[in-house]
Design a protein around this ligand. Structure first.
Ligand code: AMP
Ligand code: GLY
Length: 428
């Protein structure tokens, strides 16, 4: 079959990698892709925010399956457009994608479904929002209601910063802000494939690292690294998340006449009072996907279409994001990246591209804030971690930075004590 992958990040390179080793897949197209996907998939240009152009491309290339990576096209209705042309697509309708597109909507659904989440209130006016901010107290959690491309969430002890975030969220007449209770405890990402018939197939739980700096310091980012599985988590964690979060949410969406299919990503905090949903996303997470798919043993199209239950190889996988100088505030682009082949030659290592392109001389250069997702598998987390960091050390990119504590066992114990510290803004 021919598969079209939409997007251009490390997640999409990981999807292309998994699809390239799927015996059912004989042709791959990635739009717009990056310098890494171009090695595996025919590149096509695309404005991913344009649902009509996306569906037209699926038709034009004759895609038997279209896999949409980012949230923007899903929230804009791209999956509906592809389906309207009689084609198969992996991704929810716009109505179901509201679980990510509106945090206030996600809270309503969770409330109706009895899903445990942070207490929250939403407002369209500054004064009542500030009253609720003080009612919740510090650490303050302020979220812009819609997709915010990098500026959605502020978690801070500083009341002035929280007030500024409330005001910044309520600039236009249609703006809405969500204030919520602070959740402590380690974060977990669980991805569940939800088929059109409502079957739920969980993948391995993973942990992302949102803050830019070691020991969770500095501003939030799109994600600086991830590992899977979670050696500190209970065996029943996935089952518990499916029973208390995914199943009730899927049932509630069906009851509303807007059934969810595609990938439901639950971002959770494991608090001392039990697990709580921090957010829903309606697509594969980046960078967790890079680690999770590295261990997937079942052909990916069988998993996406619900034909097979996902099985995973034993061992562990880790991904370390190499970010451009200045990321997340103002990434510097256009710098040559060297050492990719030497890094990729290490056993178990796969250097996935994110913000990369080839310049007019054929040199791979940086083209985005998160430049590479250096991914490694190993018989255990320690060996995967050693390989990933050895690979990172072979790569050179002027001013690049990365976290040195992804999958660090001492950090993990810290994080189960509730080690996340409030600080800057996040792009969730
Ligand atoms: P979100 O976009 O909702 O996932 O938020 C981005 C990040 O902000 C999360 O991954 C958490 O690290 C942090 N965050 C969001 N909501 C809360 C909360 N209620 N309590 C503590 N941290 C939060
Ligand atoms: N890993 C965070 C995200 O994909 O939103």
């Amino acid at each position: 079959m021919k598969v079209l992958v939409v997007g251009s990040g490390g997640r999409e390179h990981a999807l292309c990698r998994a699809l390239a080793r799927d015996p059912r897949v004989d042709a791959l197209v990635c739009a717009p892709g990056n310098a890494g996907t171009t090695e595996l998939a025919e590149p096509r240009s695309l404005d991913v925010a344009d649902p009509d152009a996306l569906a037209a491309l699926a038709e034009q290339v004759g895609a038997d399956l279209t896999v949409i990576g980012p949230e923007v096209p899903l929230v804009a209705g791209a999956a509906d457009e592809v389906r309207a042309r009689g084609l198969t697509v992996f991704g929810p309708s716009a109505a179901a994608a509201r679980l990510e597109g509106s945090k206030a909507f996600a809270k309503q659904v969770m409330r109706a479904a009895g899903v445990p989440t942070a207490a929250a209130r939403d407002h369209t006016e500054v004064e009542p929002a500030l009253a609720d901010l003080d009612a919740f107290g510090p650490p303050y959690v302020v979220k812009y209601d819609g997709l915010a491309a990098g500026k959605g969430v502020t978690v801070t002890e500083d009341r002035d910063a929280a007030v500024a975030a409330v005001r910044a969220s309520l600039r236009g007449p249609d703006d809405r802000v969500v204030l919520e209770e602070y959740l402590d405890g380690p974060e977990v990402s669980l991805f569940a494939i939800v088929t059109e018939s409502g079957a739920i197939l969980p993948l391995l739980p993973a942990q992302d690292h949102k803050r830019v700096g070691d020991r969770d310091t500095g501003p939030n980012t799109g994600g600086m690294g991830a590992y899977t599985p979670l050696p500190w988590a209970s065996h029943g964690l996935s089952t518990e998340i499916v029973q208390t979060v995914i199943r009730p949410t899927v049932d509630e969406m069906a009851r509303r006449g807007t059934p969810f299919s595609g990938l439901l990503y639950a971002g959770l905090a494991l608090t001392t009072r039990g697990l709580r949903v921090v957010e829903f996303n309606v697509r594969f997470g980046d960078p967790e996907t890079q680690a999770v798919l590295a261990l997937l043993a079942t052909p990916l199209t069988d998993v996406l279409t619900g034909r097979a239950t996902p099985r995973f190889r034993s061992g562990a996988a880790i991904t370390v994001v190499v970010a451009a100088k200045g990321y997340p505030q103002s990434p510097q682009l256009g710098d040559p990246i060297r050492g990719l082949a030497a890094a990729g030659a290490l056993t178990g290592v796969d250097v996935l591209h994110a913000g990369t392109r080839r310049d007019e001389h054929g040199q791979v250069v940086s083209a985005g804030g998160r430049v590479l997702s250096v991914t490694a598998i190993g018989s255990n987390l320690e060996s995967a971690r050693g390989s990933a960091y050895e690979a990172v050390s072979r790569i050179s990119l002027a001013g690049a930075h990365y976290r040195t504590d992804i999958g660090d066992p001492s950090r993990m114990r810290h994080s189960t004590d509730g080690g996340r510290r409030p600080g800057g803004a996040s792009d969730g």
